[in-house]
Design a protein around this ligand. Structure first.
Ligand SMILES: Nc1ncnc2c1ncn2[C@@H]1O[C@H](COP(=O)(O)OP(=O)(O)O)[C@@H](O)[C@H]1O
Ligand SMILES: [Mg+2]
Length: 433
C-alpha cells in the first residue's frame, strides 16, 4: 500500500474522561476518525447508528463492564466481527485470558505507550481489511465455482443426450434402412403375384366350365379346401398385404425422418415432417385402449416453410412434450370411466405459425390433462419429476430447454392451469441472431 495515512473509525470506550481525551487525541493526530463513549451502554447505542472499524474498550467501568460490553457486541451479528482491543490497568493473566476468550483481538495496558497503541490499532485494522477482502474473494470464487459446476452439469446433460441420441439415432436409421430392402422385394412382387393369382383363378374358372364334372377325387378336394372361399379371400388377402407394406414403408420413413442424422450444422427441415413422424412413433400410445377411447390430436400447421435447425434434436423436443402430454392425460383419466372420458375426450393440440413479428416460428403443443400448480411449473425445466421411480426421469424438459434455448437460441414457455391443461410454446428464430 502506497498511501500510508491510516483510515478508519475507532470507537474509544472509557469511563474516565481524561483517558478518553488522551486516547482520542493520539488517534486523531495519527489520522483516524474517532468516536468516544463514556460507558458500555452508550457504546452499544452508538454502534447502532454507525459501525466503527475497531473498538478500544476499557474493562473496569461502572454499569456494564468491558467484558459484558464485549459479550453483547459479539452477540450482535452486525458488530460481531469488529476487532476489540481491551484497555486495562490490570496486569493479571486471568483477565487477559478472559479478554481473549470473549473474542478480543488484543489488549493494551494503561498507562498508554502511544506508539504501541497506534501500532496495535493499525495492525488490527489491516488484519481486518485483509480478512474482509479474503472473505470477498472466497465468496467470489465460490460463486465462480458454483457457476462452473452448473455449466458442467448442463454440458454433461447435453453430452448424455447427444451420445444417447446419436447412438440410438444411428441404430434406428440403420434398421429402417435394412428394413427397406426386403420391403422392396415384397412390395415389388405383390403386383405380379396379384396378376398370377388373377390368371390362376381365371384358369380354374375355365377348367370348371369345360369340365363341370371333374370326378370324385377332385370334387372332394374342392370341397375340402373350400375353393369358393379361397377364390373370394385370396384377392382380399393380397390387398391387405399391400396395405401392410405401405404402412411399414411409412413407419420406416418416419423413423428415418425422426432420427435424422444431424451434422454439426443446422439444416433446413420441415417441422411438420418432424411432428408427424413423432406422432407416428407415439401412435401406440394414442390409440384406444380398454379404459379409454383414442386420444384426439388436433393439428393446425400454419407454418409450412423449412426451418434451419438440428432436426433430430427438435424431434426429441416434440417427443418429450408429446409424451408428457400423454402422461398428463392418462393421469387425468384416473378414476374416470370410459364413458366419462368419451364425453370429455382426451385431446392434444398442435399448432405452428409465423410469429407476429415474422422473426420466428411458434410451435404450440397443448393438452387438456391434469395441468400443474405454479410451484411445479417453476421447477419443470430443472431436472425435476413428479412421476414415480421408473416412469419419470425428470430429464425430458431440461433437455428440451437446452435444445431450444442453447442450441437454437429460441425460447420455451409453459402455460398451465390445474385440472384444465397445459400448453408449451416454443419459438425458434428463423434467422440466426
Ligand atoms: N403436459 C404436462 N402436464 C402436466 N404436467 C407436466 C406436463 N409436462 C411436464 N409436466 C411436469 O413436469 C415434470 C417434468 O417433466 P420431464 O422433464 O419431461 O420429466 P419426466 O416426464 O421424466 O417427469 C413432470 O414430472 C410433470 O410433473
Ligand atoms: Mg417427460
Amino acid at each position: 500500500m502506497k498511501d500510508s495515512t491510516p483510515t478508519g473509525l475507532i470507537l474509544v470506550v472509557d469511563d474516565t474522561p481524561a483517558n478518553l481525551t488522551v486516547m482520542s487525541e493520539a488517534l486523531t493526530d495519527a489520522g483516524y476518525d474517532v468516536a468516544a463513549a463514556l460507558s458500555g451502554d452508550r457504546a452499544l447505542k452508538q454502534i447502532q447508528h454507525r459501525l466503527p472499524d475497531l473498538i478500544l474498550l476499557d474493562i473496569q467501568m461502572p454499569g456494564i463492564d468491558g467484558f459484558e460490553t464485549c459479550c453483547q457486541l459479539k452477540a450482535n451479528p452486525d458488530a460481531a466481527d469488529i476487532p476489540v482491543i481491551f484497555m486495562t490497568a490490570l496486569s493479571d493473566a486471568a483477565s487477559k485470558v478472559k479478554a481473549f476468550d470473549l473474542g478480543a483481538v488484543d489488549y493494551v495496558t494503561k498507562p498508554f505507550q502511544e506508539a504501541e497503541v497506534l501500532a496495535r490499532v493499525s495492525t488490527h485494522l489491516k488484519l481486518r481489511q485483509l480478512t474482509q477482502s479474503l472473505e470477498q474473494q472466497v465468496a467470489a470464487r465460490t460463486q465462480e465455482l458454483t457457476n462452473t459446476l452448473e455449466t458442467l452439469k448442463q454440458s454433461q446433460l447435453q453430452l448424455i443426450q447427444q451420445e444417447k441420441f446419436s447412438a440410438l439415432g444411428g441404430l434406428v436409421a440403420g434398421v429402417a434402412h435394412e428394413i427397406n430392402n426386403p420391403l422392396g422385394f415384397i412390395a415389388g412382387n405383390l403386383d405380379p403375384a396379384q396378376n398370377y393369382v388373377q390368371d390362376i383363378l381365371e384358369l380354374l374358372a375355365r377348367y370348371q366350365q369345360h369340365f363341370p364334372d371333374p370326378g370324385d377325387d377332385i370334387g372332394d378336394y374342392i370341397e375340402e379346401v373350400d375353393l369358393e372361399y379361397i377364390r373370394e379371400d385370396l384377392p382380399k388377402l393380397l390387398v391387405s398385404m399391400r396395405e401392410g407394406t405401405n404402412r411399414i414403408r411409412a413407419i420406416s420413413r418416419s423413423l428415418r425422418s425422426f432420427s435424422h442424422a444431424d451434422g454439426d450444422r443446422k439444416m433446413p427441415y420441415d417441422l411438420r415432417d418432424g411432428m408427424e413422424s413423432t406422432l407416428m412413433i407415439l401412435k401406440h400410445r394414442l390409440k384406444a385402449t380398454e379404459d379409454r377411447p383414442k386420444i384426439q390430436v388436433m393439428k393446425a400447421y400454419n407454418f409450412n416453410r423449412e426451418v434451419e435447425c438440428f432436426p433430430s434434436q427438435i424431434n426429441q423436443v416434440f417427443m418429450n412434450l408429446l409424451a408428457n402430454a400423454i402422461d398428463a392425460l392418462e393421469d387425468d383419466n384416473q378414476g374416470r370411466s370410459f364413458e366419462e372420458i368419451e364425453a370429455q375426450p382426451n385431446q392434444i393440440f398442435i399448432s405452428t405459425e409465423l410469429s407476429a413479428d415474422q422473426q420466428s416460428v411458434v410451435i404450440r403443443i397443448g393438452d387438456n390433462g391434469t395441468g400443474m400448480p405454479a410451484a411445479i411449473q417453476a421447477q419443470i425445466f430443472d431436472h425435476f419429476t413428479t412421476k414415480p421411480l421408473g416412469k419419470g426421469t425428470g430429464l425430458g424438459l431440461s433437455i428440451s430447454h437446452q435444445i431450444v434455448v442453447k442450441n437454437h437460441q429460441g425460447t420455451i414457455e409453459v402455460h398451465s392451469e390445474l385440472n384444465q391443461g397445459t400448453k408449451f410454446e416454443i419459438r425458434l428464430p428463423l434467422m440466426a441472431p
